[in-house]
Design a protein around this ligand. Structure first.
Ligand code: FPP
Length: 244
């Protein structure tokens, strides 16, 4: 079915509010097409574009994409350098189009290890979109779920020492407010491409009650149709949040 027809099947009141995507399989796509790994990543950017456009079209509120994990530093220097450049260059290239589409974009993750000039460029570019009220697009960059919790614990300790926060106040809402995703709803649906079925340190706190959707498709081939299909499948699931 063509994706315009698939979109019509979406039950608007049952839309997931927050979808998170583990974009996996760029390397295998490149191998399959007998080309260099970097070409897989380049092709992956086209899939990001399609996915963001589709998210805007269906009126999604939050989309979080796993662009670079804290573990990705272990790749070859050439690949790391390429990925870092590709991500910032894609942001700069697309920012006007994103703004036109009312997208509010931010990078979530640790600032450490990234050059200060890199972080500055990211903020300067993203800031232009922060009055937008449409899709909230989070690019998880130098992101690790455990690192996010370490950062949160440190800030909580700091605020407790200064008296801003009391031990008795700590609950789920308070912890949420110290995460990179503060003020955002938890991820309702986590999608992972390329046949792998694990979380890989992505949104470990926020996905406690998420539904998971896996596909064998390699990220560069991820289509609009498949994205909509994931949403439709989500709408068929019965979420109980631990209750019967
Ligand atoms: C996983 O494939 C993909 C990544 C580690 C990078 C994802 C990044 C992009 C798609 C670049 C664009 C991002 C933005 C925000 C513009 P892999 O290399 O792990 O593939 P493999 O498991 O097949 O080797």
């Amino acid at each position: 079915m063509n994706y315009k027809d698939l979109i019509k099947k979406i039950d608007k009141p049952k839309m997931p509010r927050h979808i998170a995507i583990i974009m996996d399989g760029n390397g295998r796509w490149a191998k399959l097409h007998k080309t260099r790994r970097i070409n897989g990543h380049k092709k992956g950017v086209e899939a990001v574009r399609r996915t963001v456009e589709t998210a805007v079209e269906v009126g999604l509120e939050y989309l979080t994409i796993y662009a670079f994990s804290t573990e990705n530093w272990a790749r070859s220097k050439a690949e790391v350098d390429y990925l870092l450049k590709l991500i910032i260059n894609s942001l700069i290239k697309e920012i006007n189009e994103l703004i036109k589409n009312n997208v509010n974009i931010r990078f979530i993750g640790s600032k450490e290890k990234l050059a200060e000039s890199y972080n500055k460029k990211v903020i300067k570019t993203c800031k232009k979109s922060w009055n937008n009220t449409g899709l909230h697009l989070n690019v998880a960059m130098n992101y690790g779920g455990r690192q996010e919790l370490i950062d949160a614990f440190n800030e909580i300790m700091f605020d407790m020492k200064s008296g801003k926060l009391k031990k008795s106040e700590i609950d789920e809402d308070i912890i949420n407010s110290y995460l990179y995703t503060a003020n955002m709803p938890d991820s309702d649906l986590v999608i992972r491409t390329s046949g792998e079925e694990r979380l890989s340190n992505f949104l470990i706190w926020q996905s406690a009650y998420s539904e998971f959707w896996f596909t064998e498709t390699l990220w560069p081939d991820f289509s609009r149709e498949e994205f909509i299909q994931a949403i439709l499948d989500f709408q068929d699931r019965k979420r109980r949040f631990g209750a019967r």
